[in-house]
Write a protein that binds this ligand. Structure first.
Ligand code: NAG
Ligand code: NAG
Ligand code: NAG
Length: 193
């Protein structure tokens, strides 16, 4: 009990300007989605057996919009079919993307272990789809503004823009277990005041 109180007090004084209150779960999810520049994308492997069909998590740069703005909540990616996880997606486009404030200075500054629920993290699942037309322009601005090196990646790799079409969202942002947010609530939420 004493330990729990201490933890609660600790969390109380540790509130960071910027992150929405933990009970505003959809807003926290949008905050994490905008703050993170990269995440772990899990696919179902299309490699040779015995790997085939098994989970395979790999790091990808993401952006839901230029830094300093509110973000769209849509995790955009810049992909090439030469990439091993993208080859998985061509067989089965279902994927799960994890974004964590451990990928920003926030948790280290607060002294939160990446596995602590106080170090807010979000797990999305859905299907990775290529985007084109005006949405590709949006994706390009979102990604290239935050990952300037992308503009120099070898053109012969046939890069394309994609997004995770989110169907399910789980949030760990406090004690008491994982919470879910519907995509509707997520896309309606305002991450910043
Ligand atoms: C996603 O997974 C479901 C269930 O296994 C499967 O039926 C569906 O074809 C997959 N979708 C895509 C786009 O790969
Ligand atoms: C845009 O992408 C979709 C698949 O996401 C594809 O069906 C469609 O043909 C593409 N349109 C153009 C103009 O490339
Ligand atoms: C994205 O997901 C929504 C449901 O959340 C679905 O209606 C839509 O068809 C999906 N789009 C693609 C391109 O898979």
């Amino acid at each position: 009990m004493a330990r729990l109180l201490l933890l609660l007090l600790g969390a109380g004084v540790a509130v960071i300007a910027g992150i929405p209150p933990h009970e505003d779960v959809a807003r926290v999810a949008r905050f994490v989605a905008h703050e993170c520049d990269w995440g772990a994308l899990a696919t179902l492997s299309a490699q040779e057996p015995p790997m085939r069909g098994l989970p395979f998590a790999n790091a990808f740069s993401v952006s839901d919009g230029p830094a300093g703005a509110c973000g769209s909540g849509v995790p955009y990616m810049y992909l090439t079919r030469l990439e091993v996880s993208v080859q998985d997606l061509q067989v089965n486009a279902n994927a799960s993307l994890t974004l964590s404030l451990a990928q920003t200075p926030y948790c280290k500054k607060k002294g939160y272990d990446p596995q602590s629920p106080l170090c807010a993290h979000v797990i999305f699942s859905g299907i990775v789809v290529e985007v084109n037309g005006t949405e590709a322009d949006v994706a390009k601005e979102a990604l290239f503004s935050r990952h300037p090196e992308m503009a120099t990646w070898p053109p012969d790799h046939n890069w394309f823009f994609a997004k995770l079409n989110i169907t399910k969202i789980w949030v760990l942002d406090y004690f008491g277990g994982i919470k879910t947010v519907t995509p509707q609530d997520y896309f309606k939420a305002r991450p910043y005041n």
